[in-house]
Design a protein around this ligand. Structure first.
Ligand SMILES: [Zn+2]
Length: 439
């Protein structure tokens, strides 16, 4: 055991899947769209343009806060966060500072510090044009609603951080407010990592911010190697520099991006063009009622049915599949023996739900298959004897080596059983009977 204790906090950014951007009417979905085709004076930051907040984005942020047990603030406002970067045309980002939409909450044992709403920036593209290295800016992403979830530094390992992020992603998908896709960049993670010594119970006096993490796998690896790096520095008696580091997939190491001597001064001040937002408890209750059953509640319900952890996880990982399972189960009551296990098994192992868009269809199929199982062997044998007697020509052909008549005979037996036989069983009995005939 290492004598150091990792202290990890996460900042998660999620692009909301609203129709339009945060403060203008441009389409918000910018994935694989040709650059700079979804812009207007507002999201290009042209002088005089006035932002109008997207109500849906505000409500979705509050719903996410409610799903994370956050205290929703009845009064909230937007602020300007100033910094200079080429992907930020206004020279400031509209964000939330001291009055976020949602305050303290929790997900499992991990405390949430806040959930707030802001606008995304444009996207820089470093490339080569006509032999020259250039940086291009695409403003399609500029102004897309972006939710930020900030945790307290309660996470203690790379694995725990990964589990937290995956669960958060699942909740966001259940809410239907974003696809939260790491590869597409609609969910982005930053981890703040430092190491505490066992003797010192308080937080270490530094933190390293890890950026550019674009998959859960990389997140786990990046946090793991960063913890190791800090351990080595501290073990040798040196201090860890407070800085921002990136993770290189090629070297499997983290590298310094910029050192932060102290907290950057963003000169926050209230956004003068947007009045403060006020919500009533009644409105919050209405939003609360719109929240679907969340993954953890579903998990507990499915476990109570006696399903294995593996089945439960596969079903819960997709809200529509979990709901399909529940519907199918309701429709199977009294019609199938051990319906929960049977339905889960054919969904998880055979993806049978994909063949039947409606759960009713799946249940009909399972009942049919169930009946087939109960056709007795002696009944099959009886029909086989009748079929062989009535089809002397086919039997002769078979004995002469024309094995393809077997398919015809199986069909005749199946017809005699009104389609309730198991094809493999019929074939077995037929082949045995035919070779008996030959002897
Ligand atoms: Zn726009």
């Amino acid at each position: 055991m290492s004598k150091y204790h990792p202290v990890i906090g996460l900042e998660v950014h999620v692009e909301l899947a609203t129709q339009s951007k945060m403060f203008c009417g441009c389409p918000a979905d910018h994935f694989a769209v040709s650059p700079n085709t979804q812009t207007c004076p507002v999201c290009l930051g042209l002088p005089g343009a006035l932002p109008v907040p997207n109500k849906k984005a505000v409500e979705w942020t509050m719903m996410l806060g409610l799903a994370l047990d956050c205290k929703v603030n009845l009064e909230s406002k937007f602020d300007r966060k100033h910094y200079f970067y080429p992907d930020l045309p206004k020279g400031y980002q509209i964000s939330q500072y001291d009055a976020p939409l949602c305050g303290v909450g929790k997900l499992g044992k991990i405390r949430i510090r806040r959930v707030h709403l802001e606008e995304d920036t444009g996207k820089l593209q470093h490339t080569t044009l006509n032999g020259k290295k250039v940086s291009l800016v695409d403003f399609n992403r500029s102004g897309v609603p972006l939710v930020e979830v900030v945790t307290e530094p309660d996470l203690t390992s790379a694995l725990e951080a990964e589990k937290f992020a995956r669960e958060l992603q699942l909740i966001i998908r259940y809410l239907g407010i974003s696809d939260a896709d790491m590869e597409k960049g609609s969910m982005r993670l930053e981890a703040n990592i430092s190491l505490a010594t066992s003797e010192v119970a308080k937080l270490p006096g530094y933190k390293v911010e890890l950026k550019n993490i674009n998959s859960f796998g990389f997140m786990k690896k990046a946090i793991g190697v960063e913890i190791k790096r800090q351990e080595e520095i501290l073990s040798s008696g040196k201090k860890v520099t407070q800085e921002t580091r990136g993770y290189s997939e090629e070297t499997g190491k983290t590298f310094s991006q910029r050192t932060k001597e102290e907290e950057q001064d963003y000169r926050y001040f209230p956004e003068p063009d947007i009045p403060p937002m006020k919500y009533s408890n009644k409105q919050i209750n209405e939003l609360s009622n719109k929240i679907p059953e969340l993954p953890n509640v579903k998990r507990e319900k499915l476990k109570k049915l006696g399903l294995s952890v593996n089945y439960v996880e596969v079903l819960v990982a997709d809200r529509s599949r979990a709901e399909y399972f529940e519907q199918a189960l309701r429709q199977a009551q009294g019609k199938l023996a051990e319906p929960a296990k049977l339905i889960a098994s054919v969904m998880v192992n055979q993806n049978l739900d994909q063949d039947f868009p409606e759960p009713a269809g799946l249940i009909r199929k399972l009942i049919e298959l169930g009946k087939r199982k109960y056709v007795q062997v002696d009944e099959v044998e009886k029909v086989v004897q009748v079929v062989l007697k009535e089809n002397g020509k086919a039997v002769q052909d078979y004995s002469k080596g024309k094995k393809e008549v077997l398919g015809f005979l199986i069909g005749q037996v199946q017809a005699g059983l009104k389609g309730q036989g198991n094809p493999r069983q019929i074939q077995e009995i037929l082949v045995n009977s035919l070779s008996d005939d030959q002897n």
